[in-house]
Design a protein around this ligand. Structure first.
Ligand SMILES: NC(=O)C1=CN([C@@H]2O[C@H](COP(=O)(O)OP(=O)(O)OC[C@H]3O[C@@H](n4cnc5c(N)ncnc54)[C@H](OP(=O)(O)O)[C@@H]3O)[C@@H](O)[C@H]2O)C=CC1
Ligand SMILES: CC(C)(CO)C(=O)C(=O)O
Length: 339
């Protein structure tokens, strides 16, 4: 399969690109800066605990999306706030059959597309101001995905896998199409688990439960997943935030297949892992606050659901982000442990 991974030098994109290339797919990554230079020179390397040596893939790497030949599948593996500047370039390389798989955590811009009911075609302003992505991309070309693995960038072009290999997939209307079946098989052949879900939106909320709580709490406290789940006060805060999000999601027809306690226990099991938001903070990069927390608050507003805990954590993390950006990263605290 001809696959383009946009952000293919990043933590999730790099993991996908190496595994898919080694399984025989024709992979092109779009990367930039020192990452692009490293991938061109040495290939992409993936370090996994169960492998004695890093897995290396010499994939084609380009800087401009326009230089990518129309692929069968585009995996969009940039951060949520990095989507808007590239959405038109991305639309331009898509053919009528190209499938776009957005990989971002959080509520995706396409959430209300092809969703029957009261909110059909509503735009999610916090992730897609003015509905730009919604207008640029035909929803028929999109397949939804939830990214469960944890990975991080150890050095330009070098990705470290921490845990997990699940990327559940779902058509926006839940239908079991041939194309989703084929992509799921390609993912499985590359070593991933990509079950096909009828209700991808419920899975998005299940993942988001963790990201909307642990990611900002970790940025505010520098705690790891295990630390936040074991400290009674932050565990209680996460629990309250999840309960608010559950009320919002249930008004939108979402069902949670596990309860809050099990979701927290699952995050605790990941261990002393720093969330991607804490990694971003320590590196002085912008935080994915709008997609992870702002979007849930926005959906709370449209469904008239109070979200006081979400609002409070959102305010603190937004202010933290603005301060870090204003000081060009000098407020970012040094890494507390490990990576
Ligand atoms: N890392 C993780 O464990 C997990 C991440 N996720 C989600 O996956 C998504 C991706 O996260 P992650 O992989 O961690 O992010 P990274 O920052 O590691 O990767 C994104 C990559 O995209 C690159 N990029 C962004 N814009 C462009 C552009 N215009 N042209 C070329 N390259 C570009 C970035 O380059 P640059 O560095 O120069 O900006 C970076 O290399 C996020 O939504 C995140 O929440 C989900 C589950 C787990
Ligand atoms: C840590 C993990 C894997 C789950 O919360 C994640 O999604 C993130 O870091 O953004």
């Amino acid at each position: 399969m001809k696959i383009c991974v946009i952000g293919g030098g990043g933590a999730i994109g790099g993991y996908l690109a190496v595994m898919l290339a080694r399984a025989g797919n024709e992979v092109t990554v779009v990367a930039r800066g020192t990452t692009l230079a490293a991938v061109k020179e040495r290939g992409l390397a993936l370090i996994m605990d169960d492998q004695p040596e890093p897995l290396v893939a010499h994939v084609k790497a380009v800087e401009k999306i326009a230089d990518v030949e129309t692929p069968d599948v585009i995996m969009l593996a940039v951060k949520a706030h990095q989507v808007d500047p590239i959405i038109h370039d991305l639309a331009a390389i898509m053919g009528p059959e190209t499938v776009l798989i957005p990989m971002q955590n959080g509520i995706p811009w396409w959430y209300f597309q092809k969703l029957a009911g009261e909110y059909q075609d509503h735009s999610v302003e916090t992730v897609d101001a003015g509905g730009v992505a919604k207008k640029a991309i035909n929803p028929n070309n999109i397949i939804g995905c939830v990214v469960y693995p944890a990975t991080f960038t150890q050095a330009p072009g070098v990705i470290r896998h921490v845990e997990g290999n699940r990327f559940p997939l779902g058509e926006l209307d839940g239908k079991p199409t041939e194309r989703i079946q084929k992509i799921s098989e390609v993912m499985a052949a590359a070593g991933f688990k990509s079950p096909i879900l009828e209700d991808i939106r419920s899975e998005i909320w299940l993942k988001l439960w963790g990201n909307m709580t642990f990611n900002p709490i970790s940025a505010l406290t520098h705690g790891t997943l295990e630390g936040i789940c074991q400290y009674p006060l932050t565990k209680e805060l996460a629990r309250n935030m999840m309960a608010e999000a559950q009320s919002v999601a249930e008004k939108l027809g979402v069902t949670f297949r596990v309860d809050i306690e099990r979701r927290i226990a699952g995050a605790e099991k990941v261990g002393k892992h720093k969330t991607s938001m804490l990694q971003d903070l320590e590196a002085g990069r912008s935080l994915e606050i709008d997609a992870l927390l702002g979007s849930a608050i926005e959906l709370g507003q449209i469904t008239q659901t109070p979200t006081p805990c979400l609002n409070a954590v959102f305010a603190l993390t937004k202010y933290l982000d603005e301060n870090v950006q204003a000081s060009k990263g000098s407020l970012a605290l040094p890494s507390v442990s490990g990576y």
